[in-house]
Design a protein around this ligand. Structure first.
Ligand SMILES: NC(=O)c1ccc[n+]([C@@H]2O[C@H](COP(=O)([O-])OP(=O)(O)OC[C@H]3O[C@@H](n4cnc5c(N)ncnc54)[C@H](OP(=O)(O)O)[C@@H]3O)[C@@H](O)[C@H]2O)c1
Length: 397
């Protein structure tokens, strides 16, 4: 049994061995009726930075399922996805996830709260939640179809939440869950690596100096892999400091030339996309299970452009064609996606508390500076994550 499976099993066992305090399956919403509003940054339509609106009257999250928890947000982490979602990216797929039967009117997602990472304290538990208690310190990556963490409170499924590493402050912890669970999903679930099989693997990370890359380098090094990274020259020292064994500067010319002079790889994680697909699969060891996993996929663009049905058909046809084309050459072509996972974060917490992975915080903003944080993210390359401190709620506004 893999360690994550073991963790899932432990959570299940915990869940099923503790007696239920209330013997009913109907009374699962225990949200205190006295709290109906909270401070939050919301958007009421998609657009550029001027769509942000601060309100003290956002709807307080409600526990709708017995396995949900309400978290009081201490710090929120921002990702490139938040900037893209503000502009409407992925709206068709997110609407489908929120309202699968398509009952609600278009625009029912507004007012929408962004923010994919949270570190905070459990304020309330649904009646089936046994693994967490009120006042537990937790961290989580929030699925993009749910209301985000740029608010005083957020509701999540207990399966998405994990106890926060004790060695990190809330601000540091909020820099990690989304990139960590994305890298985990791509490398472990899709790429097939684990702490038990990584030791002699040669792994290439295209775009190693951003949020996903900096996490991936540290986790793979903690598991004993040999890690090669591409990034700009001024990020070289930084990625070497995180453990990268070999660094190739993409600003010095086409990276495929220096990379093809190296011994071939067992796994490639592509955070860049576009042109990379033309040459990167030639860098894999053929006929020995080597995989190329890209995080840059056209899935959300296709559904935004063509609608859900046609977009999914187009996406399935594209990935199947590419996978087949490369399979005949003896290498595997895969798409990686973010997947929320409390059990993965449980395992990542062990690595963090053992000092093997550290958060990379680029800049910290106060809750009143959310629009400035987005502006800064849009402007340039980050060496880590942008974090917003929310512990004071809306008091500074
Ligand atoms: N499919 C999914 O579910 C999913 C989930 C999360 C993220 N993603 C995608 O994964 C990618 C990485 O996310 P992230 O959060 O790590 O983004 P990020 O923080 O913006 O990092 C990207 C990094 O790539 C570097 N870079 C830019 N052009 C490059 C090139 N040609 N070659 C090598 N490095 C280059 C930049 O650093 P330098 O200063 O070194 O240039 C930048 O720091 C994004 O495209 C994101 O949209 C997908």
């Amino acid at each position: 049994m893999s360690f994550v499976r073991h963790l899932v099993y432990s959570r299940w066992l915990f869940h099923h061995t503790k007696p239920l305090s209330v013997n009913t399956s109907i009374l699962f919403s225990t949200t205190r009726s006295s709290m109906t509003i909270m401070p939050a940054w919301v958007i009421d339509k998609y657009g550029s930075n001027d769509v942000f609106r601060f309100t003290k009257n956002a709807s307080f999250p409600v526990i709708n399922y017995p396995n949900e928890v309400i978290v009081k947000v201490q710090a929120a982490g921002l990702n490139p996805l938040d900037v893209n979602m503000r502009g409407g990216y992925g709206a068709a797929t997110m609407s489908m996830k929120r309202d699968p039967l398509n009952i609600k009117q278009s625009g029912s997602e507004f007012p929408l709260i962004l923010g994919r990472d949270v570190s905070g304290v459990i304020m309330e538990c649904g009646l089936d939640v046994k693994y967490f208690r009120e006042r537990d310190e937790v961290w989580a990556a929030i699925p993009p179809w749910k209301q985000g963490s740029l608010a005083e409170f957020v509701v999540l499924s207990a399966n998405e939440v994990s106890h926060k590493p004790k060695s990190l402050s809330h601000t540091e912890a909020a820099a990690m869950p989304y990139v960590a669970t994305t890298a985990w999903s791509a490398l472990v679930n899709t790429g097939g690596v684990s702490k038990d099989n990584c030791a002699k693997k040669r792994i290439l990370i295209l775009g190693g100096s951003g949020g996903v890359g900096t996490f991936a380098i540290q986790m793979l090094k903690a598991w004993g892999a040999h890690v090669t990274v591409t990034c700009s020259q001024n990020a070289e020292r930084f990625v070497r400091g995180l453990g990268a064994d070999h660094v190739v500067d993409y600003t010095a010319g086409p990276v495929e030339e220096p990379l093809s002079a190296l011994e071939k790889f067992d796994l490639i994680l592509d955070n860049i996309g576009g042109d990379t697909e033309r040459w990167a699969l030639n860098l894999l060891k053929p006929w020995c299970g080597a995989k190329y996993v890209t995080l840059v996929t056209p899935f959300l663009q296709n559904t935004d452009r063509l609608g859900i049905a046609d977009g999914m058909m187009q996406t399935a046809a594209t990935v199947a064609t590419k996978a087949l084309k490369h399979l005949v050459k003896g290498v595997h072509y895969r798409w990686g996606f973010f997947a929320p996972s409390g059990p993965a974060l449980d395992e990542i917490r062990e690595l963090v508390d053992a000092g093997k992975i550290r958060p990379v915080v680029e800049e910290t903003f106060s809750f009143s500076q959310v629009p400035q944080a987005f502006e800064k993210m849009e402007k340039g390359h980050a060496r880590g994550k942008t974090v917003v401190q929310i512990s004071k709620g809306g008091d500074d506004l």
